[in-house]
Design a binder for this molecule. Sequence first.
Ligand code: THU
Length: 140
Amino acid sequence: MTEIKELIKEALKARLNSYSPYSGYRVGAALLCKNGKVYRGCNIENASYGATNCAERTALFKAVSEGEREFSAIAIAGGRAEDDPEDLSDYAMPCGICRQALSEFDKSGELLVVAARSVNEYKSFKLKELLPESFDSSVL
Ligand code: THU
């Protein structure tokens, strides 16, 4: 529980770095590795909209590129620029591409996804509930 709240704090902090001049929708994510390390990420938009990277994938790619492969939870905090940064107006769920990207590193099916409005208001799911019957390496 305390660990989840700490992870949400990190996601809220990551959100402050969001680069989102086009949508005005600011997202932060914090990915907890099984070894206890936390990697933060924010959404990074682009004038060529399709080049935008979501917060979750920013955190995931930072972690994987540093050698991490095992993760236990990811907290996500998203909301419009005008929201109170500590008390967002709604929950941000991970998009389909981010669910798929995370699933690559969730072979055990234990990864917890925490969508948070604030440190005290959050909903949690297992990634496999959010992406059932996913495409994975077993067919390749
Ligand atoms: N966004 C994320 O960062 N994560 C998601 O899972 C959904 C969407 C970002 C992308 C874009 O910068 C903004 O939210 C609006 O789509």
